[in-house]
Design a protein around this ligand. Sequence first.
Ligand code: DGL
Length: 353
Amino acid sequence: MKGQMVLVLAAIAAVILALASDASARPKIVVLATGGTIAGAQTSTKEVGYKSGTFKVEDLIKAVPQITELADLTGEQIVNIGSQNMNNEVWLKLAKRVNATLKRDDVDGVVITHGTDTMEETAYFLNLVVKSDKPVVMVGSMRPATATSADGPANLYNAVAVAIHPEARGRGVLVVLNDEIHFAREIEKQNTTQLDTFKSPNRGRAGVANTGAVHFFNKPAALHTTASEFSVEGVDVLPRVEIIYSYANLGRDFIDCAVEKGTKGLVLAGVGDGNSTDPALAALGDAVKKGVVVVRSSRTGSGLVVRNVEIDDDKMDTVAAMELNPQKARVLLMLALMKTSSPKEIQDKFSKY
Ligand code: DGL
């Protein structure tokens, strides 16, 4: 009898040990939640209206029970907002948190839940200031958590699968949605409501992720994370940079106003190849003479803006955004302005990042 007892206890101990070692063998992923539609709730499932950032990080994880087979997850709520309200302050807080989390030996990667509206900007910002090769994967959804066929749970599952994939290391910040993986620098939101809103128009997707099966196609095209010169260490405020949208009949007033209000940099969301009206260009030229750095980007959604095509950048002392759309050009310009205000040196950064 006593012998049997000992055997039973030994068997129980063996099972407990096996479970414990199994758990410790699973990768450790920290989910940093910021809100967005993925955490959004409708008042009625029959209506399109909903409120972003309603559910907490624990609810998002609980909605995908199978995720715990992939990794050990812990969640942390950074903010709970619609990403239309994302701002420089939250970016700095988030970036510092990502860096501190990835420094931990017991963490293998970070997944960030975020609204899709400004996901590309946050992703690109982190891509330039995260100091780790460990995976950082951003994820959102186009339908709120309460919707019929909500896409958030499948997206979150795929995001964790990407974060634990050995090939995700060293690719910079990645974005997962609609079974696709995109690079932070390449991704753009291109549709207001459809599930396939994210495109990488210039260089294509990083890969695909379907029910947790991950395939990478590409490597990042520019410097990022550990190879980036930018850091948020000790930074509390980013230099002010505004975007001016160009259109037929644009005058100079908004440009003059931005300069008067003390902006340090201006990004032109130009027509075509980063172009604008004569009055707007005259105002931008005057801004440059006052020490404001002017970057020409394009409102078209794809393609390059290079130097000296229709506009003589050498003469105007302006910077060409190359492949960056206006909202990403703003991110790089803010970081670049912390290093220099020389248009020449800033042009060099637009060619590198
Ligand atoms: N306002 C939105 C945001 O949080 C909704 C879009 C989304 O999350 O998909 O970005």
